[in-house]
Write a protein that binds this ligand. Structure first.
Ligand code: RB5
Length: 174
């Protein structure tokens, strides 16, 4: 019995880094945001909710900025953003240096966004993704490690777009 408890503890500590997750949404997804916060807390994560808290119309770039700036400035390692489709939040969040925001619609894209892209911001659509699918996506995204290897070079090229005008990304393409 103690062996299996130890095994479960090891799997949990290896797969899930229990850091604080910063999260925000616009009016298109504030209900799904509340459900994800409850799920995150059940999983043992602390959360910082940066709004919005009602159906009153707001501008998604304002909320994308709250989370993306915090991740970009390394105040938090991982963030979650939600809007109606996930598209506007992704576009806005990815303007911030060091932010790799991934609009994810299923388990496969959730897994790949971590394994290949080392995504540090998960983006979901409150009008496109149902509650149960969102929970699955969330757990997959939290539990999947970055694969590293050949993907490190590619992530570095993304950083170079931010810091060196994309020189390393363009020089290998004839
Ligand atoms: C708001 O109506 C909607 O445009 C927004 O939530 C999001 O889907 C934008 O990409």
């Amino acid at each position: 019995m103690w062996g299996s408890i130890l095994y479960i503890k090891m799997v949990v500590s290896l797969s899930v880094e229990k850091s604080t997750i910063v999260i925000a949404s616009d009016h298109g997804a504030f209900e799904l945001k509340a459900k994800l916060i409850a799920r995150l807390e059940k999983l043992g994560f602390e959360t910082v909710d940066m709004g919005t808290h009602s159906a009153e119309s707001v501008d998604y770039p304002d909320y994308a900025t709250k989370v993306a700036r915090a991740v970009s400035e390394k105040k938090y390692k991982r963030g979650i953003l939600l809007c109606g489709t996930g598209i506007g939040m992704s576009i806005a969040a990815n303007k911030w240096p060091g932010v790799r925001a991934a609009p994810v619609y299923d388990n496969y894209t959730a897994r790949m966004s971590r394994m290949h892209n080392n995504s540090n911001v998960l983006v979901l659509g409150g009008r496109t993704t149902g509650e149960e699918t969102a929970y699955d996506i969330l757990e997959t995204w939290l539990n999947t490690p970055f694969e590293g290897g050949r993907h490190n070079k590619r992530i570095q090229k993304i950083s170079d777009i931010e810091t060196k005008n994309g020189d390393s990304a363009s020089k290998e393409v004839k």
